[in-house]
Design a protein around this ligand. Structure first.
Ligand code: NAD
Length: 347
């Protein structure tokens, strides 16, 4: 029998997927009733894509706000809101990764504007009602239906230039959400189905996308997998995320840390038995899922161990004590001693 669950269906969202789908951006903005869309992007190459989208929106474009930055610092959020007001925007078109979508979410939340998202990375933020912002070192997150993009356009052509290392680490981060989501106490039959399917697609196509960034089929499958992974995030996070969060306190980078930890946390959780190991084995076509993930990681030119990320071994006992104090019980209890062994193995 299924475990007991509560499933909250997400607010309606239209998802358009096709190579070249960016060409539909003006039509999709019209469907949302946008007459003055503010394009939100990161600076640099993000801004160049933003300019392109601005031109495609034609008379529906109100302006470009290419100031997005990772974790939406408060000053950036305030400037984004000011840009929406100054341009009298009636909608936001977020083009780029989690940073551009994250800024649009804060503006949407505070100015009650709809978002049309055009993701260009595997963050999956476009599929969640989660917003986040930072004030110095302080991070605030929350959930609001209003920040979920009303429409998402997935165009794999926009991801062809994503560097191999970013491709690998951000997709391993998305895989971590899916794999841990299979053990989440708040999982539902839908999140489990999406997680398994995302792991299957990443397992088959991520190595191809990393080896050859111009492989449009592999890029498209990874983009679909990251959409599914975003929906799984709604079911909560697990051991990998909690460990990565604690290590983030020592300055370790988020996605790369997720990637390094994933084979180890998967091995640890799989030892609890249950249905998940078989599900993962099927999705990854491997009898030993943790070994398969370690093999995938080894094939990517990204940091392989915590020591490669500059982590100081002397911090392991302190980090392990923090993880042990979190009281993680699912699928098995994680003591400080367990966390220490896990971190030592990953180091
Ligand atoms: P990002 O958006 O910061 O992008 C990283 C860099 O890659 C940027 O400089 C960007 O310009 C560049 N880039 C983006 N797409 C590119 C492409 N196709 N080709 C070449 N370069 C490209 O990074 P990210 O990992 O997508 O997002 C990270 C942020 O998203 C974090 O702040 C994280 O907290 C947030 N996030 C939020 C959620 C949520 O549900 N709210 C989920 C996941 C991540």
């Amino acid at each position: 029998m299924s475990s007991p669950f509560v499933h909250d269906a997400p607010p309606p969202q239209r998802v358009v997927f096709a190579p070249g789908a960016l060409a539909q951006v003006a039509e999709e903005a019209r469907r949302l009733g946008m007459a003055r869309a503010l394009v939100v992007a990161t600076p640099g190459s993000g801004a160049r894509l933003g300019e392109r989208v601005l031109a495609m929106l034609g008379s529906r474009a109100a302006g470009l706000c290419a100031i997005a930055a990772i974790h939406v610092p408060r000053a950036v959020a305030e400037a984004g809101l000011a840009a929406a007001r100054e341009n009298r925007a009636d909608g936001l078109v977020a083009v780029g990764g989690g940073s551009a979508i994250g800024l649009a979410k804060i503006v949407a939340r505070d100015a009650a504007l709809p978002i049309l998202a055009v993701p260009t990375t595997y963050s999956g933020s476009e599929a969640t009602t989660i917003w986040g912002t930072t004030d110095g070192d302080r991070k605030m997150t929350g959930r609001a239906a209003a920040v979920l993009p009303r429409t998402v356009i997935y165009d794999p052509e926009l991801t062809l230039g994503l560097p191999a290392a970013v491709t690998a680490s951000s997709a391993m981060n998305a895989m971590a959400h899916c794999i841990m989501g299979l053990w989440s106490p708040t999982r539902t039959p839908i999140s489990t189905a999406c997680a398994g399917e995302a792991v299957r697609r990443f397992g088959a196509f991520l190595p191809r996308a990393v080896a050859d960034g111009s492989d449009i089929e592999a890029r498209g499958e990874c983009l679909v997998a990251s959409w599914l992974a975003g929906t799984v995030l709604a079911a909560g996070t697990g051991l990998n995320h909690k460990l990565a969060h604690v290590l983030g306190g020592y300055g370790l980078p988020h996605a790369e840390t997720h990637a390094v930890l994933l084979p180890h946390t998967t091995r640890f959780n799989a030892a609890a038995g249950g249905k998940v190991p078989a599900r993962l084995a099927e999705a990854l076509h491997a009898a030993d899922p943790a070994g398969a993930l370690a093999g995938m990681l080894a094939g990517f030119g990204i940091p392989q161990r915590l020591r490669d990320l500059g982590f100081d071994a002397a911090r392991i006992p302190d980090a392990a004590a923090q993880v042990g104090a979190l009281g993680i019980e699912t699928p098995r209890r994680v003591t400080a001693e367990d966390a220490r062994a896990l971190l030592e193995a990953a180091f």
